[in-house]
Design a protein around this ligand. Structure first.
Ligand code: UDP
Length: 313
């Protein structure tokens, strides 16, 4: 049994990760300051095993001096494009001070650390699909820059600490991920479409809906993160689903599954919204033997079920 620290463990991906680690018999310490995480996401986890929750901002003192830690999964950060301006300062702090604090902890504990980076490091990519060797096309002062630059800065920190202190690092570049426990009001496209459909409102399409994304179901993502931690590869790895769809196609699928007449409201495309985002996952396939298994329709059905239950409470 290993001791795993999960920062952002009460968030969407973090809480699924805590659950998966507990099911595999690990001890889990979850740290979250709950600015976008939610206690509801972790409320049953102590029934699964040795689970501890600490309500703390990782930019402040970590206070884990006496605790043995083998693995640090550093996921903490607001992550929805709506948060990029609303929580701009918090994002910049956690992606700089928070990451440096976690790296210092990793050095002190001689723990292995995985950083949840993002496809946002590629910005509005000029290369499709995006491979890990692509350096990206980011606007350093635009409205998405708080998040993009915090992720890029954190990656630089990970590699600098790896070189200087010889600690064992992992960098996962996470592409669009969805599933139960997303915040219904987090502003991302899948929660928006599902909650709008549940309320009988038109689905809000930004731009003409021709922009493309590829959506990875959360259980696939969590398995990828753990495989990465267990690997011996310290360079960035893309984790995401390589099946691309347009936002309009996504809206049609959600209406079909929910048995709704298509009803759309077109709104302006947000500034710097990437036109296309598609992971090249050949490194993940080769190094980790990982690729996503959950079909978009199955994943959306599970997600819709979750949101429907929340709305009927
Ligand atoms: N989007 C949309 N309607 C919404 C929310 C988002 O058309 O209600 C679009 C958004 O402009 C983007 C895509 O859906 O092109 C994915 O947005 P999301 O916020 O989920 O994540 P992103 O990929 O931008 O990080």
């Amino acid at each position: 049994m290993s001791v795993c620290l999960v920062t952002g463990g009460a968030g969407f991906i973090g809480s699924h990760l805590c659950e998966y680690l507990l099911e595999r018999g690990h001890k889990v310490i979850c740290i979250d300051n709950l600015i976008t995480g939610d206690l509801k996401n972790i409320k049953n986890l102590s029934k699964l095993g040795d689970f501890n929750f600490i309500n703390r901002d990782i930019c402040e003192i970590t206070g884990l001096d006496e605790t043995h830690i083998d693995y640090i999964y550093h996921l903490a950060s607001p992550a929805s494009p709506d948060d990029f301006t609303r929580l701009s300062e918090e994002i910049l702090r956690v992606g700089s001070i928070g990451t440096m604090n976690m790296l210092t902890l990793a050095v002190n504990k001689r723990a292995r650390i995985l950083y949840a980076s993002s496809s946002e490091v590629y910005g509005d990519a000029m290369q499709h699909p995006q491979s890990e060797t692509y350096w990206g096309n980011c606007n350093p002062i635009g409205i998405r820059s708080t998040y993009d630059e915090s992720k890029r800065f954190s990656e630089a920190c990970m590699m600098a600490f790896h070189r200087k202190y010889d600690i064992d690092v992992r960098i996962a570049r996470i592409f669009n991920t969805y599933g139960p426990k997303m915040r219904p009001d987090d502003g991302r496209v899948i929660p928006n479409f599902i909650t709008q459909a549940l309320k009988g409102e038109p689905l809000t399409i930004y731009g003409d809906g021709s922009q493309m994304r590829s959506f990875c179901y959360v259980s696939d993502m969590v398995k990828g993160l753990v495989k990465m931690m267990e690997s011996d590869y310290h360079l960035p790895v893309n984790l995401g689903n390589p099946n691309e769809i347009t936002i309009m196609e996504l809206a049609v699928i959600i209406c079909e599954i929910m048995d709704r007449e298509p009803d759309y409201k077109f709104l302006p495309l947000p500034e710097d919204d990437p036109k296309r985002r598609l992971p090249d996952i050949s490194v993940a396939k080769e190094i980790l033997g990982w690729s996503p298994q959950v079909d978009i329709k199955d994943g959306l059905e599970k997600t819709i079920e979750h949101f429907s239950r929340m709305f009927s409470l």
